[in-house]
Design a protein around this ligand. Structure first.
Ligand code: MG
Length: 341
């Protein structure tokens, strides 16, 4: 199936709806549903708005809610294990040490901690009183949750018998902080090892702001889907459009050599563009579609923003609130997996 297959499927669905009986239509629906879903609902770090981010408990919550894709972040430990964690260093807003005390400052880089030692930290609750806790005030804590190995997530999803969910795996490294992580090659190989072990090549997408990882992936495993993340906000601009020189995030490309960001993604060899939703316009979605790109904005949480992204006909979206997003997506007649609980 190509990147545009959701549209082909929805066209078929409407044609079939006119031509077939209700019973036949049901058969067609099941065939379409088992072949893949028409809209890609991605639960950000599981379901960050509802359950602790990047934890097995959080991913199970996202599965319950019927996401098509689990979005997650990956770091690599001192002993080379791919683990699911957002920050390059231990984050005091969500991390308690082995004695149960909140970290008082940013901790060591994941790269400097062996996997076994990392397992002693608790990431099941946001530190009360922080701005982060206020932002995600609906999040239910699950004390005792650990930083999972990527392979542990694959194992628990398989053990639950869920064979349709996909994984969108972000490599968390920065060209601006090379000392805080392993090299891009190390990330790609640590992730591929687990993906191949669980035979998930056709169900994963690897995403990054650091397009070096995507260039390596394109060489080493060209059949694995890649998503090209961009942000053009003042506080985090990975594109550096209109500024002299190249952004270090784009693996050697200069955004100013290309007429638009969709064309820049195509020049990098990408078929999936994942922009900050605030950078998107209807014209950019249209241009991306004409180029054959799939557009999956992040991180879309508010009702009005969800509605607007659906109005612009994005192909999927990444959200902290899969429950809320589901209501909006289904109100537009788009097909989602059933709730799994
Ligand atoms: Mg992410």
């Amino acid at each position: 199936m190509t990147a545009r297959s959701p549209f082909a499927r929805s066209w078929l669905f409407h044609r079939a709806g006119r031509a077939l009986s209700a019973r036949a239509l049901l058969v067609v629906w099941f065939a379409l549903a088992s072949a893949g879903y028409a809209f890609d609902l991605q639960g950000h770090r599981g379901a960050r708005g509802l359950a602790p981010e990047n934890t097995l408990a959080g991913f199970m919550r996202a599965l319950d809610l019927g996401v098509t894709t689990l979005e997650l972040d990956v770091g690599v430990t001192k002993d080379g294990v791919a683990v699911i964690y957002h920050d390059r260093t231990l984050n005091p807003d969500i991390t308690r040490d082995p004695s149960g005390q909140w970290l008082t400052a940013r901790g060591a880089p994941i790269k400097d901690i062996p996997f076994a030692a990392l397992q002693r930290y608790d990431v099941g609750r946001i530190r009360p009183g922080t701005g982060y806790a206020a932002t995600f005030s609906q999040q239910d804590a699950v004390d005792g949750e650990r930083i999972p190995a990527l392979g542990a997530l694959f194992a628990i999803v398989a053990a639950r018998g869920v064979e349709d969910v996909r994984f969108n795996i972000e490599t968390k490294l920065s060209p601006l902080a090379p000392e805080e992580t392993w090299r891009p090659e190390t990330f790609v190989r640590a992730i591929l090892r687990e993906v191949r072990r669980y035979k998930l090549e056709s169900r994963v997408m690897i995403q990054s702001f650091d397009w070096r990882t995507l260039a390596i992936l394109a060489r080493e495993a060209p059949d694995i889907q890649r998503a090209y993340l961009t942000s053009q906000q003042p506080a985090f601009d990975t594109v550096e459009r209109g500024r002299p020189g190249k952004s270090p995030w784009l693996a050697g490309l200069d955004a100013d050599d290309h007429a638009s960001i969709p064309k820049l993604v195509r020049a990098a060899g990408g078929w999936v563009w994942s922009p900050n939703f605030r950078d998107l316009t209807p014209g950019l979605v249209e241009e991306a579609r004409e180029l054959g790109l799939t557009v999956i904005p992040w991180t879309v949480n508010d009702w009005a923003d969800l509605q607007r992204m659906m109005d612009w006909r994005v192909d999927g979206l990444i959200t902290d609130y899969p429950d809320r997003a589901r209501l909006v997506i289904e109100s537009r007649g788009r097909v989602l997996p059933p709730m799994r609980k």
